[in-house]
Design a protein around this ligand. Structure first.
Ligand SMILES: Nc1ncnc2c1ncn2[C@@H]1O[C@H](COP(=O)(O)OP(=O)(O)OP(=O)(O)O)[C@@H](O)[C@H]1O
Ligand code: SF4
Ligand SMILES: [Mg+2]
Length: 371
C-alpha cells in the first residue's frame, strides 16, 4: 500500500484557531504559565480476584496511586516510566474514559473527576485522546468520513451537509488524501491510520490532547513523519499535550516538561533540561542511563548503564514508604518508613523530586554495582 501522506502539514491554518494560536503560550519561563488542567492525588485502583485459598479474595491493583501535576495552555508534558507504571491509566483518567477511585481533576477551574456522562459531554470536546494502537482504535466497519465526522456531528460543530467537506479539510491538514474519505481503516497503512486518529482528535478543536504512545506501533521512518505532524499542529494550534512515551529521545524532542512515573506515582517532574541534564531522583537517573542512544546526559548520568536490581514490585502490594526502595542503591531506613513527598528543588518550584536523598550525581555506576 502506498503512503501518500505529505511531510508538511499544508493548510493547518484551515482550522479556525487563529485566536487560539495567538493565545498559545511558549514556556520559556514557568512564571508565564496559564494552567488549564490540575490533577491532585489522583488514584485508580482496579479490583482483581485472587484464587489462592478456598474462596476468591478481591484485591486492588493500585495502577495510579496519588498522582499530582498540572498542564498549562500550549504546554507539552511528557509522561515516562517503565511498562505498567500507570501512564495509560493516568491518560484515561484525565480524559475521563475512566472514573478515578479518588482525587481531583480540575479543567479550566471546574472539577470533572466524578462528573456523569451528560455533564461531561461539553468537556469531552476539550480533552481528546490519541491511542497507541492505530489498528485497534478505529472502528473497521466505519468509513473515514464517519470516524472523523461523528464527533463533529455529536458536538454540533458543523451543519450536517458540510460534514464531509470538513472531514476532507481535516484529512488534508494531517497530510492524507481528501479523496480517500470513503475508505475503510483497513485500506490504510499504520502511519496513515494514526493520522486518521489525529484528525479525529483535532476535529473538535481540543484544548488538551492526551497522546498515548502515538508512534510506538509505527515504523521508525513513519514515526518521524507523525511526530513532525504533531509538532506542527502543536505550534499552529496551541494545543496542550500530555505525551505518554517510552522513547526518551522522542520525549526530549517534543516535551517542555517531563513527569517520571514509578509504580503508580510520580517521582520527579521538571523542565526538559532539569530532567535530562540534572535529574535528581535515582529512578530518573537509572531510566536515562538505560537509554544508550540518548547522548544528551551531560555530566549528571554516566554513559554506562545503571543496573537496577530486582523486578518492579506488584502494584497490588507496593513497598511501604518509597516504592522505589527495593531497587534503590541509596535506600536507608527512612525510605521504608516514610513516603517521600514530591518536594521542590531548593529555589526552584518547577522541579520537584520525591526522594529523601535527592542529588545530582556524576558517578552512579559504582554505587549501583556496590549495593
Ligand atoms: N482494567 C484493568 N484492570 C486491572 N488492572 C489494570 C487495568 N488496567 C490497567 N491495569 C493495571 O494497572 C497497571 C498500570 O497499567 P497501565 O496500562 O496504566 O500502565 P502503562 O504505564 O501504560 O504501561 P505500558 O507502558 O505497558 O503501556 C498495570 O499493573 C496494569 O496491569
Ligand atoms: S527515597 Fe530512598 S529509596 Fe526512594 S529513591 Fe530516594 S533514596 Fe532511594
Ligand atoms: Mg500504556
Amino acid at each position: 500500500m502506498t503512503d501518500n501522506t505529505t511531510d508538511a502539514v499544508e493548510g493547518a491554518g484551515a482550522i479556525d484557531i487563529s485566536k487560539r494560536a495567538e493565545e498559545s503560550v511558549v514556556h520559556e519561563s514557568q512564571r508565564d504559565r496559564e494552567v488549564l488542567l490540575t490533577v491532585k492525588d489522583l488514584a485508580k485502583h482496579f479490583p482483581v480476584k485472587e484464587y489462592s485459598g478456598l474462596f476468591p479474595k478481591t484485591l486492588q491493583t493500585r495502577a495510579v496511586d496519588g498522582v499530582s501535576f498540572d498542564l498549562a495552555k500550549g504546554e507539552t508534558l511528557g509522561l515516562v516510566g517503565e511498562s505498567g507504571c500507570g501512564k495509560t491509566t493516568t491518560g484515561r483518567l484525565v480524559t475521563r474514559l475512566l472514573e478515578p477511585t479518588s482525587g481531583s481533576i480540575e479543567f479550566e477551574g471546574r472539577e470533572i473527576a466524578h462528573l456523569k456522562e451528560k455533564a461531561l459531554r461539553p468537556m469531552r470536546r476539550d480533552i481528546q485522546m490519541i491511542f497507541q494502537d492505530p489498528y485497534g482504535s478505529l472502528n473497521p466497519r466505519f468509513t473515514v468520513s464517519k470516524i472523523i465526522g461523528a464527533p463533529l456531528e455529536i458536538h454540533g460543530l458543523v451543519p450536517k451537509d458540510k460534514i464531509k467537506a470538513r472531514v476532507q479539510e481535516l484529512l488534508e491538514i494531517v497530510g492524507l488524501n481528501p479523496e480517500h474519505v470513503n475508505r475503510y481503516p483497513n485500506e490504510f497503512s499504520g502511519g496513515q491510520r494514526q493520522r486518521i486518529g489525529i484528525a479525529r482528535a483535532l476535529a473538535v478543536e481540543p484544548k488538551v490532547v492526551v497522546a498515548d504512545e502515538p508512534v510506538s506501533a509505527l515504523d521508525v521512518s513513519i514515526q518521524a513523519q507523525v511526530m513532525n505532524l504533531m509538532s506542527q499542529l502543536r505550534r499552529d494550534l496551541g494545543i496542550a499535550f500530555v505525551f505518554i512515551a517510552h522513547d526518551l529521545g522522542i520525549v526530549r524532542h517534543f516535551c517542555d516538561r517531563i513527569a517520571v512515573m514509578y509504580l503508580g506515582k510520580i517521582v520527579e517532574v521538571g523542565d526538559r533540561e532539569d530532567i535530562y541534564e540534572k535529574p535528581q531522583h535515582p529512578y530518573t537517573q537509572a531510566l536515562l542511563s538505560a537509554a544508550p542512544d540518548l547522548n544528551v546526559v551531560r555530566g549528571a548520568v554516566p554513559n554506562e548503564r545503571i543496573r537496577l536490581i530486582g523486578d518492579v514490585p506488584s502494584p497490588i502490594d507496593p513497598p511501604s514508604g518509597c516504592r522505589f526502595r527495593t531497587r534503590c542503591w541509596k535506600a536507608q531506613e527512612i525510605c521504608a518508613a516514610e513516603e517521600p513527598p514530591l518536594d521542590p528543588e531548593d529555589g526552584k518550584p518547577s522541579h520537584t523530586i520525591a526522594c529523601h536523598f535527592p542529588e545530582v550525581k556524576t558517578n552512579l555506576v559504582a554505587e549501583a554495582d556496590a549495593s
